[in-house]
Design a protein around this ligand. Sequence first.
Ligand code: HEM
Ligand code: HEM
Length: 168
Amino acid sequence: MTWFVKAFLKSSLAWLALGVTFGVAMAAHPVWTVYRLAHVHMMLLGFVTMMIYGVAYHVIPHFVGFRLHRPALAGAHWWIANAGLLLMACGFVARVLEPAVGTVILASGGALSALGAYLFVYLIWRTIDGPARLRQASERAARAVERSATQGSRTLTVVAMQSSARHA
Ligand code: HEM
Ligand code: HEM
């Protein structure tokens, strides 16, 4: 298991622990539900999405039989995703207290989180397609198999026609 897969799984668990603590705090002290959006994103971007990132980076290469495309970028994704969410959570809280400052922090965190998501889309997409050279080689092989199957069935038809003509 690569370091960034473990790191995504562990950060997902850490966000779960933080998020439920925040949830219990809001449940116990309803005034704090003004910070609900920080809890929501710790849960959904932190726990759920990071768990999916980690599991997908590990499992999808096995599913498709190709190595993960540019693993170094997946490592960068971990930093970007966690820095982004941390800023977003702070931004959601700050937006309640100081809207102008909060919006700047939230927008920077949101941009980083979105960048992380785009990286994930790109890396998994390219992993599913496989390396370009392998893809071209397998397409060439498939065409060759198709051609030889067509030629084979043509030959069989000619042989069958010749033999039925001989027996007629
Ligand atoms: C110990 C566990 C949890 C506690 C105590 C808790 C508590 C809360 C509280 C108090 C609210 C605010 C409700 C309000 O606005 O009055 C809330 C909202 C929310 N929580 Fe949790 N939560 C927990 C776990 C989770 C988990 C695991 C998820 C998702 C994976 C989640 C997702 C949400 C969402 C999406 C909202 C916003 C709902 C809305 O739009 O009004 N929570 N939670
Ligand atoms: C780049 C990533 C993301 C950004 C920048 C972002 C930003 C936001 C913002 C600014 C709001 C609040 C709008 C308002 O002021 O009412 C919001 C609400 C919400 N977001 Fe996100 N979000 C992101 C990712 C996600 C993801 C991945 C999920 C779920 C898997 C999600 C679920 C929600 C939900 C359920 C709400 C409504 C919560 C409520 O009103 O109680 N977000 N998001």
